[in-house]
Design a protein. Structure first.
Length: 122
């Protein structure tokens, strides 16, 4: 099954959102965009707001999903989270998570979710 990059990315985001919902999170927003940055999923649970970056990869990629969240990408995610928090004030504790979804021939073959993958001080 041939799928384009956008469809594969959407599939990965849907899997990560489903995972969060199953873990009891409430999804507040998906694909929150500002100039120069985007957050794939924003979800809350137990006083924590999770800003989640989703990376969807084929098996054995040249760059792992975690490696693809570069220092520059982290800065953009942090900037977007700050803008979200200004536009939608809240009292939640922010956390930055990364989900890596592995897809082969249109099927999910791997999933890894890391809470506190990075913080705003880095």
């Amino acid at each position: 099954m041939k799928t384009d990059k956008k469809q594969i990315g959407d599939l990965g985001e849907n899997v990560a959102a489903y995972y969060l919902i199953k873990k009891g999170y409430n999804i507040l927003k998906r694909n929150f965009r500002i100039k120069g940055g985007e957050i794939d999923i924003i979800a809350v649970k137990d006083g924590v707001i999770a800003f989640t970056e989703v990376k969807t990869r084929s098996p054995d990629p040249l760059v792992s999903g975690f490696e693809a969240v570069t220092p520059k990408k982290k800065k953009l995610i942090i900037k977007a989270s700050e803008q979200y928090s200004i536009r939608y004030p809240h009292n939640f504790q922010p956390r930055f998570d990364v989900a890596v979804v592995t897809v082969s021939e249109g099927k999910i073959v791997g999933f890894r979710y890391v809470e506190n993958a990075f913080d705003a001080s880095k």
